[in-house]
Design a binder for this molecule. Structure first.
Ligand SMILES: C[S@@+](CC[C@H](N)C(=O)[O-])C[C@H]1O[C@@H](n2cnc3c(N)ncnc32)[C@H](O)[C@@H]1O
Length: 213
């Protein structure tokens, strides 16, 4: 087995991965949300399951989707240790294998920005499609400006989107959001809270205010 950590797949394969504790805003969400009103959740880009497992432990019905198979395997192992149920799917956030209005909530921490902007818009449309009216979204998105990125070995492929030319996440887009883009992506949502976390990501809690069709 090659022990080099070059991408998420190899990072998840080699336990322990560095991000173990749930994001503080996921902990807050878990305290505030009434799971009898918001029961069915998607962890979009669940990685190796730090949020999915934590929320499943609290009785939330979790669905996890990721493009890294080893992330799903690790998530599955953690669920099995606690004998917890959850649905895990290998898939792409641009097309969610879920029915319209089937979810009460979506969390997505440090995931959605790993695309060019056109695909980010697709992902937000998909999130809106699968959330029921009144459903919640908690997402973290990195914000412009990004001077340290501009100085590194990256290629800017469109305004605000950089692709590392080497190292961990080589070849993977990183989009840094302008506030106008955040507002555009959140059309059809009411923003309930917006704050910047300790890693510099804008964290949005929003509610789907579109009517059922
Ligand atoms: C920085 S990690 C965050 C993982 C997890 N949300 C967390 O906070 O621990 C980014 C995750 O996004 C996943 N990812 C990237 N592009 C994706 C895509 N197009 N569809 C689904 N998952 C994707 C990666 O496989 C990785 O697990």
């Amino acid at each position: 087995m090659n022990d080099e950590i070059r991408d998420w797949e190899s990072a998840y394969r080699q336990l322990p991965y560095q991000e173990i504790h749930p994001h503080p805003l996921v902990l807050q969400l878990a305290e505030r949300v009434d799971p009898t009103r918001h029961l069915h959740w998607l962890d979009l880009g669940c990685g190796d399951g730090r949020h999915l497992v934590y929320l499943a432990q609290r009785g939330w019905q979790m669905y996890g989707l990721d493009l890294a198979m080893w992330g799903l395997i690790r998530t599955g192992e953690r669920l099995e240790m606690d004998d917890l149920p959850a649905m895990l799917t290998y898939g792409n956030m641009q097309k969610l294998p879920l029915a319209q209005g089937s979810l009460d909530g979506v969390i997505s921490i440090k995931v959605i920005h790993h695309q060019v902007y056109r695909d980010i818009r697709k992902t937000f449309s998909e999130i809106k499609r699968v959330l029921r009216p009144g459903g919640l979204l908690l997402a973290s998105l990195p914000q412009a400006p990004v001077e340290n990125w501009k100085q590194g070995r990256y290629r800017e492929v469109e305004a605000g989107t950089y692709i590392p030319l080497e190292g961990f996440e080589q070849g993977i887009p990183h989009h840094f959001f302008e506030q106008t883009e955040i507002s555009e992506c959140l059309t059809g949502f009411e923003v309930l809270n917006q704050e910047i976390d300790e890693w510099g990501y804008v964290c949005i809690l929003a509610q789907n205010i579109q009517d059922a069709q």
